[in-house]
Design a protein. Structure first.
Lengths: 87, 113
């Protein structure tokens, strides 16, 4: 299942989300919104507002599911990880 | 001003703002320190200590709603979570901030609606 994270470099919850997938050996791609050009940020924010309706980070796409915020239980549930997956 | 001094100043100022709103700093000192540090960096870059977990846009009016402490602009959302989005502030009765997940605003408004 493809995983993509919309993140901010300043956000500790975005870091925790990235760490969750690293620790559980799940490959993922990400973009740090605040480190992009203004034009790119505009495109990303447009997508995020469509997906989540807000500019709050992190937004995690797992397959066709969207999880707004750091929510390791939800990530595990969607990925079918056993209870006790490392958060 | 040195980042350490600015962090202290923000902490002093924020405390006075959030206390009457029923909030306090998260008891997770490490998290509070990290978030304040990010806010000092954001303030150095933009002139304003924005929330480190919400994205700035070209819309100044919207950006003003994520100036820390942004509780008044997101009252219903944050009161439902008992924390602000980044977790720098929690309700005064919270002792374990780890038990408070981030809940998207769309989910909370759906529940209430």
């Amino acid at each position: 299942m493809k995983v993509f994270i919309y993140a901010l470099s300043t956000c500790p919850w975005c870091r925790k989300a990235k760490q969750f997938f690293k620790t559980n050996n799940i490959p993922f791609d990400f973009v740090d919104y605040d480190l992009q050009s203004a034009a790119e940020q505009e495109k990303i924010m447009e997508k995020m507002l469509k997906i989540s309706g807000a500019g709050s980070f992190p937004v995690v796409l797992i397959g066709n599911q969207v999880v707004v915020g750091y929510n390791p239980e939800k990530y595990s549930e969607i990925l079918g990880l056993k209870k006790g997956a490392i958060a | 001003m040195k980042p350490g001094s600015r962090k202290k100043a923000l902490r002093y100022f924020f405390q006075r703002v959030v206390d009457p709103l029923g909030y306090k700093f998260t008891p997770d000192e490490e998290m509070a320190d990290f978030l304040l540090e990010q806010e000092v960096i954001l303030e150095q870059k933009h002139g304003i200590p924005f929330c480190p977990c919400q994205g700035l846009t070209k819309n100044r009016e919207e950006n003003m709603k994520i100036v820390c402490p942004c509780i008044p602009f997101h009252r219903e959302h944050f009161d439902a979570m008992k924390r602000c989005w980044c977790g720098l502030f929690v309700h005064k009765d919270v002792t374990n901030p780890d038990e408070l997940p981030q809940i998207p605003v769309s989910q909370i408004m759906r529940k209430e609606g």
